[in-house]
Write a protein that binds this ligand. Structure first.
Ligand SMILES: Cc1ncc(COP(=O)(O)O)c(C=O)c1O
Length: 416
């Protein structure tokens, strides 16, 4: 079975760490790991030190973004430019603060900002640009975008929630006065502490502001549930084939043991203040465990990405920008939904990031001011995209997957 959505990051070591923590509640809220994890994040993500950059931690990326926007002294109806082909977690904090999201289109090479459309959408009210590194692929025209931002005196938030290919980024350019990085440690991101997010910046004043929000710690019962996720997910993954995993999954949902990634309120188009909480020490311990294996995970992802690039060459009709260790490998195909259904019958569950200009599908786009037709490339990609796993898959499974995809897609594109 190949399943991209089933706990892609969780290993035995993560499950054990989390399980043992269940019996050490005195380490759950405060502890030395909170500071340690900040240093590790700076080193591993951006290869910079603690003396020039500051890290502020939150319970989620969306809450980190909400508080960053709140710290920037923006006026109601000021515009935040953001790409279509993103998720609700990026848009809802903007709307919740009565700011206006203005959507710009993407380019197909990197699924990130198209600078020509970005420039077209600028107005007198534009104040912030969110530059998403979709799947962890660097925006192919990042330098150009940075110069547009500088010229127009805008704030830059680089959304590296999916990861960052630091080898391709010149950190020298992080000398913009208002330059922030948004990170997420959600369960489906490049590193997971189940939930979690951060802002990294060299702007001391804003960093201080971010740390001065007096957010509460999550309650003991919430931390307990968060700690249950890794052991449950690991056992579910291990036993999914023999149905036990499905039963465990069913009962953990029925008894509300796991906190969903997106709440009902968010799906309905409203920011949920539930996540406005401090990042507890228990999650810092989980993240440190993942950071310990950072290079190994990155290398595994790189190996699989290179394998796809080499072996899917019949069906890749565009060039993915750079290789690197991306969290999902994007592929554009015709008849996406039918093909995904057929693959599911063979026990292969792939992803659909993103199947709506603001994902997930069914999210009320009108509530966040998205106008159909305003970002045609993003809309086209939403119809065609599938994602292949890069971490949660062994090389022999990737071989099987590429063979099936080559056959299925070739047949679909050429004979129907
Ligand atoms: C591109 C992007 N940015 C930001 C976020 C926010 O992360 P979090 O789930 O930690 O709130 C997400 C998460 O879904 C995302 O996909």
């Amino acid at each position: 079975m190949i399943n991209l959505n089933l706990a892609p990051n969780e290993t035995f070591s993560d499950a054990l760490t989390s399980f043992l923590l269940l019996f050490q509640p005195w380490r759950w809220k405060r502890g030395k790991e909170q500071d340690k994890v900040k240093k590790e994040i700076l080193k591993k993500y951006l290869n910079v030190t603690h003396s020039t950059f500051y890290v502020s931690l939150f319970l989620s990326g969306r809450s980190a973004l909400y508080h960053l926007l709140k710290s920037l002294n923006l006026q109601e109806t000021d515009e935040v430019l953001v790409q279509a082909f993103t998720c609700e977690a990026v848009i809802l904090p903007i709307v919740a603060l009565n700011l206006k999201p203005v959507f710009f289109d993407i380019e197909r090479k990197s699924f990130s900002a198209n600078p020509i459309d970005l420039e077209k959408k600028l107005s007198e009210k534009s104040k912030v640009v969110i530059l998403q590194h979709t799947f962890g692929i660097p925006p192919s025209q990042r330098e150009k975008i940075l110069s547009i931002i500088k010229q127009n005196n805008l704030v830059l938030i680089e959304d590296i929630a999916h990861g960052i290919n630091i080898a391709k980024i010149k950190m020298k350019n992080a000398k913009l006065k208002n330059h922030f990085f948004l990170l997420s440690f959600g369960r489906s991101k490049s590193l997971s502490s189940v939930f979690g997010g951060a802002i990294i910046t060299n702007n001391k004043k804003i960093a201080k502001k971010l740390d001065s929000f007096n957010l509460p710690y999550p309650s003991y019962s919430l931390i307990f549930k968060l700690l249950l996720y890794k052991p449950i997910a690991f056992i579910t993954k291990l036993t999914y084939k023999i149905y036990l995993g499905k039963i465990i999954h069913f009962f953990s949902q029925k008894f509300n043991l796991l906190i969903p990634e997106i709440t009902k309120k968010e799906k309905a188009g409203e920011y949920d203040h539930f996540f406005d909480k401090k990042y507890p020490n228990a999650l810092a311990i989980l993240l440190l465990n993942q950071l310990k294996h950072f290079s190994k995970t990155q290398n595994q992802r790189k190996k699989i990405v290179n394998f796809y690039l080499k072996n899917l060459n019949n069906v890749i009709s565009y060039k993915v920008q750079g290789t690197g260790s991306i969290i999902r490998f994007p592929l554009l195909i015709k008849n996406r939904d039918k093909i995904l259904q057929n693959l599911e019958k063979k026990g292969i569950f792939l992803g659909r990031w993103y199947d709506s200009p603001v994902a997930p599908k069914g999210f009320p786009l009108d509530k966040v001011g998205y106008r159909w037709g305003s970002c045609p490339k993003a809309e086209e990609v939403c119809q065609k995209i599938i994602n292949l796993p890069t971490n949660n898959i062994k090389l022999n499974e990737a071989e099987k997957l590429t063979k099936i995809l080559n056959d299925v897609i070739y047949e679909n594109q050429n004979h129907k």
